[in-house]
Design a protein around this ligand. Structure first.
Ligand SMILES: C[S@@+](CC[C@H](N)C(=O)[O-])C[C@H]1O[C@@H](n2cnc3c(N)ncnc32)[C@H](O)[C@@H]1O
Length: 188
């Protein structure tokens, strides 16, 4: 992540956009169940709102600093946080009722790592569990926004095939403005 991303993801503006607009849209029509895995939680813009909606939230974050911040805010709540890598999830199979990744997939450094992450997410979801991801598309503005950062965009047209190859079923793509949502289910 570059300085702009670090600032923006920790800002009250992004937290408000996430809680008031993004999450209601991402989650509409999906039953999360009781234990949600939040992948790449960052400074935690979505974490507290997810905690309000389900019994347990486990957040996974690559950055120690971001994870430490979430751990402080999680104290005494239904949230837990771990430092880890989305492409090698430190959880047993069938642990979670749902998984969510907001603006994380394009931060994985290659398509191969993204696909490894998809397979890991299938593994840790319970049968019928939903994976929800929000992503941005390739384009000059998003490339500029990721200078000195990682930007490996997931082309939405290829996502259903890639997620199905990883073991998901019922993959769908929905668009809002510059972003899009992926929804996929771990088959029964
Ligand atoms: C653009 S931020 C989004 C953060 C948060 N989801 C939000 O919406 O505010 C991307 C996050 O993914 C994390 N990340 C990058 N690579 C990761 C990996 N391999 N495993 C887990 N998290 C990762 C970054 O540290 C960063 O916090």
């Amino acid at each position: 992540m570059n300085r702009f991303e670090n600032w923006f993801c920790a800002s009250s503006i992004w937290r408000r956009i996430t809680t008031k607009h993004l999450l209601p849209w991402i989650l509409s029509g999906t039953e999360l169940g009781e234990h949600v895995l939040e992948i790449g939680a960052g400074p935690g813009a979505a974490t507290e709102e997810l905690r309000k909606r389900v019994t347990r939230v486990t957040s996974l974050e690559y950055s120690h600093a971001f994870a430490a911040g979430i751990a402080r805010r999680n104290l005494g709540t239904n949230g837990a946080v771990l430092v880890g890598d989305a492409s090698a999830l430190p959880f047993s199979q069938e642990t979670f009722s749902a998984a969510i990744a907001v603006l994380v997939l394009h931060h994985l450094k290659s398509q191969e790592l993204q696909e490894r992450a998809f397979r890991e997410i299938v593994r840790v979801l319970r049968p019928g569990g939903a994976f929800l991801a929000v992503e941005i598309q390739d384009g000059w503005l998003n490339r500029i926004g990721h200078i000195r950062s990682t930007f490996v965009p997931v082309a939405p047209a290829t996502a259903p095939e890639r997620l199905s190859a990883a073991g998901f079923s019922s993959v769908s793509v929905a668009y809002t403005g510059a972003a899009y949502r992926l929804r996929a289910l771990r088959p029964f």
